[in-house]
Design a protein around this ligand. Structure first.
Ligand code: AMP
Length: 278
């Protein structure tokens, strides 16, 4: 596996890679969720490239940029074992040199839910993903449904900016107890880690109600909230929402493919999760 730290190294390495190229952007501290994307990319392409970049522009001033977990040596080993051809791990100055002034904003999709609780987050995500897709020019790029709103935004920007790349979305990988894998799970204390799967169980209660035929959004959301609150007062909910899978607009009745989403804080850790209703 070639490791590139600069854009000029990256461009030389990319020129030598057989096509089609599958690309997996990450912030590192890799887990099975990331590796599921890498494996799918490996199965569908002649070459696989991964980026590890803790993108400062998608973190708010009060957020966890400084303490975000990092372990490049371990990540390199995991990616080499997964037969990745190229790893790009730039410094922030390489991606945002002095004078950097161009931003990508996806209107409509970026303003509510995660966007409302993390102002500027999706502007940072959309900008860095556009830069990375421009640099790599992959035939396919792989993203997790774990970050479902991000996935919808990336699909929109790839279409709107004619990036000529197929965006592949893959299901959330979970621990045996239902907790969605996340690099941020290391922040959880042992007690919080025990409680954390309740987020998934609450979503599942809403999902089960929908499976039984309930189509009223308010009822389904209520079921999620009641399940969460009945079992624990430890969570502070940012939002529970049920939205159209594509537009992320809220709906009164579930009549189209939809997604049930939750964001909540447990101690100092903010967790998000979602389930498709389809
Ligand atoms: P991150 O390193 O958190 O920015 O995530 C990089 C990519 O991995 C994104 O497309 C995420 O949606 C995806 N991802 C993160 N966690 C999971 C998971 N538990 N299952 C599947 N994909 C995931």
């Amino acid at each position: 596996m070639q490791v590139c730290r600069t854009i000029s190294q990256l461009q030389r390495a990319l020129a030598a890679l057989p096509r089609p190229l599958g690309f997996v952007p990450t912030m590192g501290y890799l887990h099975e969720g990331h590796l599921s994307l890498v494996r799918q990319a490996r199965a569908e392409n002649a070459s696989v490239a991964v980026s590890i970049f803790v993108n400062p522009t998608q973190f708010g001033p009060q957020e966890d940029l400084a303490r975000y977990p990092r372990d490049l040596a371990r990540d390199r080993k995991l990616l080499a074992e997964a037969a990745v051809d190229l790893l790009f791990a730039p410094e922030a100055e390489e991606m945002y040199p002095p004078g950097f002034a161009t931003w990508v904003e996806v209107k409509g999709l970026s303003e509510h839910l995660e966007g409302a609780f993390r102002p500027g987050h999706f502007r940072g995500v959309a900008t860095v993903v556009t830069k990375l897709l421009n640099l790599f020019r992959p035939e396919r790029a792989y993203f997790g449904e774990k970050d479902a709103q991000q996935l919808a935004i990336v699909r929109r920007l790839a279409a709107d900016l004619n990036l000529g790349c197929t965006i592949v979305g893959l299901p959330t990988v979970r621990e045996a107890d239902g907790l969605a894998l996340s690099s941020r799970n290391v922040y959880l204390s042992p007690e919080e880690r025990q409680r954390a799967p309740l987020l998934y169980r609450s979503l599942k209660a809403g999902y089960d109600l929908w499976r039984q035929g309930e189509r009223r959004t308010a009822r389904i959301i209520d079921e999620v909230r009641r399940t969460l609150q009945a079992e624990s007062k430890a969570f502070r909910v940012d939002y529970i929402a049920l939205v159209d899978e594509e537009t992320f607009q809220e709906m009164e009745f579930v009549e189209r493919p939809a997604r049930l989403l939750i964001a909540a804080r447990l101690g100092r850790t903010r967790l998000i999760d979602n389930l498709p209703l389809k």
